[in-house]
Ligand binder design. Structure first.
Ligand code: XUL
Ligand code: CO
Length: 446
């Protein structure tokens, strides 16, 4: 297998089964294994992100880069460095053996001195990416435009007080949407990194909401104009980098879309660490999105219970992932979406091989959670108990209420006559938790 950067891994990471102690092998993720009749790889549709894994050297706000990343050599010519970065990324993706990758325009292309130069850089690197896709079989899960790093976006992109910044952001999204289309991307993501505020003292909430809605309409119109076949996704996050981001969580974004006639045009890219930053569980955000038919894709990662920021660690808890996966299976799967590892190594995990350990662990955790979720779905206990809890709504009273055949006065009459006299029933939470744990403890790996 070609490549110069990951020589510790010679060929593709194999599936070695649960008995294996080889750290550079999968023990659960067996791409061809059928789960509920579908190969594991098609359930999970795993993607590698190019920003944390290939365009970041480990720097944080307190210190310099720590990671061994020869393809980020600071003194290299920017286009030459960009080509090295892409070569490293595709070598890794091919060796990891996952089907997808994701990137921002800026992750691959140097910005140059002008928009035209940025565009020509991105075009050239898109040609390269097409060649790599053909050679490796890797596909683009989603593309996105970085509308938050450059100083011009300090006060937001679509929600900027200056319409020229709005226009600049529009040009960038148009370019990246078309690049995503050229690469056969199955989704296009908008994450509103600085679409929010640092202080209400200088912020007009009504205006900024209207601007954001206009922007999202423009993107949807352009998607239709060029015939992009993928799905448009919005990625909720409540804060960081801003104090308050408008796309706070799934329910907030859903409400915004409905309010502005944009539902039907956008779905959601739910990120685990963003859910917990919003004070929800990842399970909640996925369940909300599935319940309303707006789940699009997943950014797989996790936060840290002691740190209140977006630590973007690789997922490692089957408990945390099994129930979200159950919701996804109940909803019929991810469609055009997938599990993108929007996750980064810890700063001390400086060896290149650490990237493999991180992804192998995350993917095996996802695979095991998928097995647990499928087992829960097949056993049907949770579904049956939930259904039973609402049984009254299938009876005559429930049906009459839902069909609008009873007024408040009608209902009061039934209560007053004694025909209605509710009986309390246990919510059985502990029993349900035991059911879940038994699936987690007993599901077989092979
Ligand atoms: C930031 C984040 C982004 C988006 C893409 O928290 O998650 O990387 O996924 O812009
Ligand atoms: Co993300």
């Amino acid at each position: 297998m070609a490549g110069d950067f990951f020589s510790d891994v010679q060929g593709r990471i194999p599936f070695a089964g649960s008995g294996s102690s080889d750290p550079l092998a999968f023990t659960v993720y067996d791409p061809d294994r059928l789960v509920l009749g579908t190969p594991m790889a098609d359930h999970l549709r795993v993607g590698v992100c190019l920003w944390h894994s290939f365009a970041w050297d480990g720097r944080d706000m307190f210190g310099l880069g720590t990671l061994d990343r020869p393809w980020l050599a600071a003194d290299a010519d920017p286009m030459a460095a960009a080509r090295q970065r892409m070569a490293a990324a595709f070598e890794f993706i091919e060796k990891l053996g996952v089907p997808y990758y994701c990137f921002h325009d800026r992750d691959v292309a140097p910005e140059g001195e002008s928009f035209a130069e940025f565009r020509s850089n991105l075009d050239a690197l898109t040609d390269d990416a097409l060649g790599y896709q053909e050679r490796t079989g890797a596909r683009l899960l989603w593309g996105t435009a970085n509308l938050f790093s450059h100083p011009r976006y300090q006060a937001g992109a679509a929600t900027n007080p200056d319409p020229e910044v709005f226009a600049y952001a529009a040009a960038q999204v148009r370019m990246m949407l078309e690049v995503t289309q050229r690469l056969g991307g199955t989704n296009y993501v908008l994450w509103g990194g600085r679409e929010g505020y640092d202080t209400l003292l200088n912020t007009d909430l009504r205006r900024e909401g209207a601007q954001l809605a206009r922007f999202l309409h423009l993107v949807a119109e352009h998607k239709a104009r060029i015939g992009f076949a993928g799905t448009l996704l919005i990625e909720p996050k409540p804060m960081e980098p801003t104090k308050h981001q408008y796309d706070y969580d799934a329910a907030t974004v859903h409400g915004f879309l409905v309010r502005h006639g944009l539902d039907g045009e956008y779905r959601l890219n739910i990120e685990a660490n963003h859910a917990t930053l919003a004070g929800h569980s990842f399970h909640h955000e996925v369940a909300y999105s599935v319940a309303h038919g707006i789940l699009g894709s997943i950014d797989a990662n996790r936060g840290d219970p002691q740190n209140g920021w977006d630590t973007d660690q690789f997922p490692n808890s089957v408990e945390d992932l099994a129930l979200p996966l159950l919701e996804i299976l109940r909803g019929g799967g991810l469609g055009t979406g997938g599990f993108n590892f929007d996750a980064k190594l810890r700063r001390q995990s400086m060896d290149r091989t650490d990237l493999f350990h991180a992804h192998i662990g995350g993917i095996d955790t996802l695979a095991r959670a998928l097995l647990v979720a499928a087992d829960m779905l097949e056993a049907g206990t949770l579904d049956a108990m939930r259904e039973e809890r609402y049984a009254g709504w299938s009876g005559p009273l429930g049906q009459e209420i839902l069909e609008g055949r009873l007024s408040l006065a009608d209902l009061a009459e039934r209560v007053e006559s004694g025909a209605v006299d509710p009986v309390r029933r246990s919510g059985r939470q502990e029993l349900l938790e035991n059911v879940v744990n038994r699936h987690i403890w007993t599901v077989r790996e092979g």
